[in-house]
Design a protein around this ligand. Structure first.
Ligand SMILES: Nc1nc2c(c(=O)[nH]1)N[C@H]1C(S)=C(S)[C@@H](COP(=O)(O)O)O[C@H]1N2
Ligand SMILES: [Mo]
Length: 417
């Protein structure tokens, strides 16, 4: 899928050209993939060793192998398993795009098997005067759009709450691998809604999956109609893989992953707010900072927009030989392109600039790197990103029970032997 890696990073002119093409929605896939997978920092890969699954999670994966065969279509061994979820290892990713085989999976049940011949997309609801049904071929015939965007779970980084707040939040204890970035091709949801015909008072759009969980999440109409909110059928130049929603999934750039409903079978449009489990009980902020009575019938403020983050592409914990290393990582912000990443080896007393080493698009992974002359001993590296709109990872965030959107810089343990 991704062409062989070149050691030559793209030139600044190439990157600018690329970003312009992407912004204009006119990117040639082959050219684009060639550029982003070239990335930069091939030396970093060599010096950091691109460690495979050798920190113990390999054994966990092997133990689960029998059941995993029924849960996912993909090979789970490159991942850290949490129930039916597969957490990615950022250290395995080189360029801005996450290869499909390494893309994290967050599913509320096993991957369903869907027959494209009998697949139907139903568009209905009180704001759809005449319900519509589309076959996959009919959907594919509608105008398409290419979007480069992350999918990031609202609970990505949840496993750090014990470190940052001294207590754990409920849910899978993800570290940094609940995020991936891909090039998606699909039909704008707005095009589908226009095709079906919606009434002018349409206010909410609920997307429902064909998985056993019938996972669903409502979107306000404004977000549903944004041009980059698409029903995707391709991922990184391949047919959408089963685990990522084959044949059709939503991509809602910049919003938490639960909005990007996989295996979409139904689109319900209403003039009224739509309340489901996923915007009342889960994917809401529950905690002292969000008094429940202010958000009824939801139990707290619905979690919508993602947050700015940066993380190192190193195993957790990392082990490296003493000496000079090029350390890589990924930063992303839902609000604007990443403008700056700084790093610290002294607990945040002093900070140094990292180099932005790849294209910077909003709501997509941005590669950064820095050189570190690592002395022997136990270290903790911090990184902090700022975007072009001035958003910056904060020093503190209030605790929320369900553990969403944690983004304070968390020390990454590194042992230098
Ligand atoms: N139908 C369906 N869609 C779903 C989910 C699900 O369990 N079922 N999980 C959601 C959540 S919580 C996330 S974070 C993303 C993860 O997308 P991925 O598995 O492609 O990484 O899918 C979303 N879409
Ligand atoms: Mo999620």
């Amino acid at each position: 899928m991704i062409p062989p890696k070149s050691n030559a990073p793209p030139s600044q002119a190439e990157v600018e050209d690329l970003v312009r093409l992407v912004r204009e929605g006119d990117v040639s896939r082959r050219r684009f993939l060639a550029l982003v997978s070239a990335g930069a920092g091939a030396g970093a890969l060599a010096s950091c060793g691109v460690p495979a699954a050798e920190d113990g999670a390999g054994a966990e994966a092997a133990a689960d192998e029998e059941s995993s065969a029924r849960v996912w279509a993909k090979d789970p061994s490159p991942f850290i398993q949490h129930g039916t979820n597969l957490e990615a290892r950022l250290e395995a990713q080189r360029g801005m795009l996450t290869p499909n085989d390494l893309f994290f999976v967050r599913s509320h049940g096993p991957t369903p098997v869907i027959d494209s011949a009998t697949y139907r997309l139903n568009v209905q609801g009180d704001a759809v005067p005449s319900p519509a049904q589309l076959t996959l071929d009919e959907l594919l015939a509608l105008p398409s759009r290419t979007v480069i965007a992350n999918v990031e779970c609202a609970g990505n980084w949840r496993g750090f709450f014990p470190t940052t707040h001294g207590r754990a939040a409920t849910g899978s204890q993800w570290r940094t691998g609940g995020v991936g970035c891909a090039e998606w091709v699909g039909v704008p949801l707005a095009v589908v809604l226009e095709h079906a015909g919606i009434s002018p008072d349409a206010a909410f759009v609920n997307l429902t999956g064909l998985d056993d969980a019938a996972f669903e999440r409502p979107l306000p109409i404004e977000k549903a109609l944004e041009q980059d909110t698409i029903l995707a059928y391709a991922m990184n130049g391949e047919t959408l893989p089963p685990d990522h929603g084959y044949p059709v999934r939503a991509i809602v750039p910049g919003w938490v992953g639960s909005n990007s409903v996989k295996w979409v079978g139904q689109v319900t449009v209403s003039a009224e707010p739509i309340w489901t489990r996923t915007n009342t009980a889960s994917y809401v902020f529950v905690g002292d900072a969000w008094p429940a009575e202010s958000y009824a019938p939801a139990g707290g403020a619905p979690v919508t927009v993602q947050t700015i983050k940066s993380a190192l592409a190193l195993p957790w914990p990392a082990e490296l030989p003493a000496g000079r290393h090029v350390i890589r990582g990924f930063a992303h912000s839902p609000h604007a392109p990443i403008a700056r990443v700084v790093w610290s080896q002294d607990g945040g007393t002093t900070w140094q600039d990292a180099r932005i080493a790849g294209p910077a698009l909003p709501a997509a992974m941005t590669l950064f790197e820095f050189e570190w002359d690592a002395p022997p001993g136990e270290h903790a590296l911090l990184v902090r990103a700022t975007d072009e709109a001035g958003n910056k990872q904060p020093d503190e965030v209030p605790f929320n029970e369900l553990g969403y959107l944690l983004n304070v810089p968390v020390p990454h343990p590194v042992r230098i032997a």
